[in-house]
Ligand binder design. Structure first.
Ligand SMILES: Nc1ncnc2c1ncn2[C@@H]1O[C@H](COP(=O)(O)OP(=O)(O)OP(=O)(O)O)[C@@H](O)[C@H]1O
Ligand SMILES: [Mg+2]
Length: 509
């Protein structure tokens, strides 16, 4: 379908004047959008703007307080997730809702006592139907495999297949790529193209604006639960879209270096099996070292060795010149090394407890600086950090589970920002975090460096690496291919090392 015919394609879905209040929060205030047949509409806005809430209303998880939803020319009220599914609305959630111990086919039929499909008691037939649909999306996925054994990207494709199986006309995707590799993203783009070709309407939520420009033709912008506008993406650039999202132009700041001569952390020949091979790294006091590389290059594995999560099979770690061996993360923490892991969901969010208690979980040894008796001090520090990362709403006594996905991330980061550690390692610190808050987090990292802490930032986002790093270590296939000084670090120089390695780089030593 060409861009022109799409502009005249009929609306599949319109939402008009939708409002929703949670106790104490107006999550949506008079929001409208429409999606046409075969179109991808992006839904963008800062953390807590109301994107997930709007999609949850669409898919029958929440009821709107007011407003109207129409499917085609019919008014529609999603009274339950089942009703929404039966009306042809599918949702790929921010947190995938699948059952890992069931197989792929069972997951695809899950919860769907699909009236349109009949009830399948025949396993073979169920698998055949599942296979037929999956074939269109990713033939490598085995319908008899246990879902838990699949990669996140494949699990997502299973969700999309499930939507197709249910003959969805509208598929809403809530941050589908937050844990995908660039390669997997390309695969998703192909899948979305084929959905468009079949006339499916897609609503796409993402904080990655390059992606938004790639996949969507229009974007609806929300800010603080309010509708800001809908724009054709060919008419705006990224800066303009960001300005709509945050209500101001973001200044691009350049990080200053606070690196001293003193070496804080050093690894020599550090390795573990095939994942990490003989890595030499130095980190100075007050320095921010970026660690770049493709997914699977061994960056996270290296950090886990340094932070005592895994044990090296070769080489050594020195702190201030002294050789150290960490058997546990606690050992590392006691030696002043704290790691914000990449997989944060597993990492002790207690959903029913407040932001305050999640940020200052008393058992964390690195919070000793504040002492147990100084509760008032902890409170005010948590509040201050919350304000710095633009936690919304800024209410540290609220249960963490009612915060938006990105705001939960910010809270976990605050826990690490409070850490009494000389070396702070952040693995993908801004995943799921909006552009405005990202800038705040970069400033906080800079502030830590200024205090004399040493910082490692692992990131797959090159602009992020370039923004925060004094030097950039580039890894490829477990090997540290090279270290670039800030003057020499560009997206091109990093990618060259990450993809082809140092040995192919001509004769310059
Ligand atoms: N179940 C709930 N109870 C109370 N408040 C909620 C609930 N769900 C969401 N909220 C609030 O509604 C607002 C909008 O949240 P929502 O999850 O829709 O944001 P979002 O745009 O999806 O953000 P993110 O980019 O971080 O995922 C936030 O202030 C959030 O705290
Ligand atoms: Mg959300």
């Amino acid at each position: 379908m060409s861009a022109d015919s799409r502009a005249t394609a009929p609306d599949v879905l319109t939402m008009t004047g939708v409002s929703k209040t949670f106790p104490g929060v107006k999550a949506l205030d008079d929001v409208s959008l429409d999606v046409r047949e075969g179109e991808v509409l992006a839904l963008v806005g800062e953390n807590g703007a109301g994107k997930s809430t709007l999609l949850k209303i669409l898919s029958g998880i929440y009821r709107a307080d007011s407003g109207e939803v129409r499917l085609g020319d019919q008014p529609f009220v999603a009274t339950s997730p089942k009703a929404a599914r039966e009306a042809g609305i599918a949702m790929i959630h921010q947190e995938l809702q699948q059952v890992p111990r069931l197989d792929v086919a069972q997951n695809m039929f899950l919860g769907a006592q699909m009236t349109s499909l009949g009830v399948f008691t025949d396993k073979a037939e169920m698998r055949a139907r599942a296979r037929e649909v999956l074939q269109r999306l990713d033939p490598t996925i085995d319908v008899t495999a246990r879902l838990g054994t699949l990669r996140v990207a494949q699990r997502q494709i299973v969700e999309i297949a499930k939507a197709l199986l249910a003959k969805a006309r509208v598929i809403a995707m809530d941050e589908p790529t937050s844990s995908l590799t660039p390669h997997e993203f390309e695969r998703l783009v192909e899948v979305i193209e084929s959905l468009k070709a079949h006339g499916v309407a897609v609503i796409y939520v993402s904080h990655k604006l390059e992606e938004v420009f790639r996949v969507a033709s229009r974007a609806t912008v929300l800010r603080d639960g309010r509708f800001v506008g809908t724009v054709a993406l060919k008419d705006v650039d990224e800066g303009r879209l960001v300005a709509m999202m945050v209500g101001r132009a973001l200044e691009v700041s350049h990080q200053q270096s606070y690196a001293k001569d003193e070496i804080m952390l050093e690894t020599r020949g550090l390795g573990r099996g095939e994942a990490v091979k003989s890595v030499d790294l130095t980190l100075r006091k007050g320095e921010v070292l970026g660690v770049a590389g493709l997914v699977g290059a061994g960056r996270t594995e290296l950090m886990r060795l340094i932070a005592g999560v895994d044990q090296p099979t070769a080489g050594e770690i020195r702190i201030r010149g002294r050789v150290k061996a960490f058997r546990t993360p606690r050992d590392a923490i006691e030696n002043g090394i704290a790691l914000l892991p990449e997989e944060r969901k597993k990492d002790g969010i207690v959903p029913q407890r407040s932001i305050l208690s999640n940020v200052s979980l008393p058992r964390l040894p690195f919070l000793t600086r504040f002492g147990l008796l100084r509760r008032g001090l902890i409170r005010s520090r948590v509040r201050e950090l919350g304000r710095n990362v633009s936690l919304r709403p800024l209410d540290i006594d609220r249960q963490i589970r009612v915060f938006s996905g990105g705001n939960q991330q910010k809270a976990i980061i605050c826990r690490w920002l409070m850490a009494e550690a000389d070396v702070l390692i952040f693995d993908e610190p801004t995943r799921g975090i909006d552009v405005g808050a990202k800038a705040e987090i970069y400033r906080l990292i800079e502030g830590l460096a200024e205090e004399g802490r040493s910082i490692i930032v692992v990131s797959s986002e090159l602009p992020e690496i370039l923004r925060v790093s004094d030097r950039v270590l580039v890894m490829r296939r477990g090997v540290a291919e090279g270290v670039l000084a800030r003057e020499d670090a560009t997206e091109q120089s990093i990618m060259r090392l990450a993809v082809t390695g140092a040995q192919l780089q001509g004769s310059n030593p």
